[in-house]
Write a protein that binds this ligand. Structure first.
Ligand code: 5GP
Ligand code: ZN
Length: 114
């Protein structure tokens, strides 16, 4: 838990947020400013700043994030139409919240719009 980290506060339920999924390692909730018809955030409970900060012991977390991305796409009904799983990394990569998260985006009519 990192002081003043928004996603730590969400993951620790200090800021009430509807979770679509929760286990010991990960939570999933809808992006507050969706960029696509389906836009979820898959977030580890552990505070990790970005992909740049992953260590060997975090391999399992990233593996679980990808697996859960696949599962949530299915639950949202976009697995067959298709989707993107994205990490923004640091300012130049468009990261604004410096607590690791994976975007699940999709649900467009036809081809991807983003
Ligand atoms: P980044 O640009 O860091 O990869 O993405 C951060 C994402 O978090 C953005 O898409 C933004 O809309 C979302 N976000 C920021 N604050 C909140 C919040 O308080 N609640 C939720 N659900 N999403 C947020
Ligand atoms: Zn954090």
């Amino acid at each position: 838990m990192e002081k003043d980290c928004l996603f730590c506060k969400i993951a620790n339920k200090e800021i009430p947020t509807d979770f679509l999924y929760e286990d010991d390692m990960l939570v999933v909730f809808r992006d507050i400013n969706p960029q696509s018809p389906v836009h979820l955030l898959i977030v580890p409970k552990k505070h990790i700043r970005s992909i740049n900060d992953l260590t060997e012991e975090d391999k399992i977390i990233v593996g679980e994030m990808a697996m859960l991305g696949k599962e949530m796409a299915k639950r949202e009904g976009i697995d067959q139409s298709g989707y993107k799983l994205l990490f923004n990394v640091e300012n130049g990569g468009g990261q604004m919240i410096f607590h690791l998260h994976q975007h699940l985006v999709g649900g467009w009519e036809g081809d991807a719009k983003w």
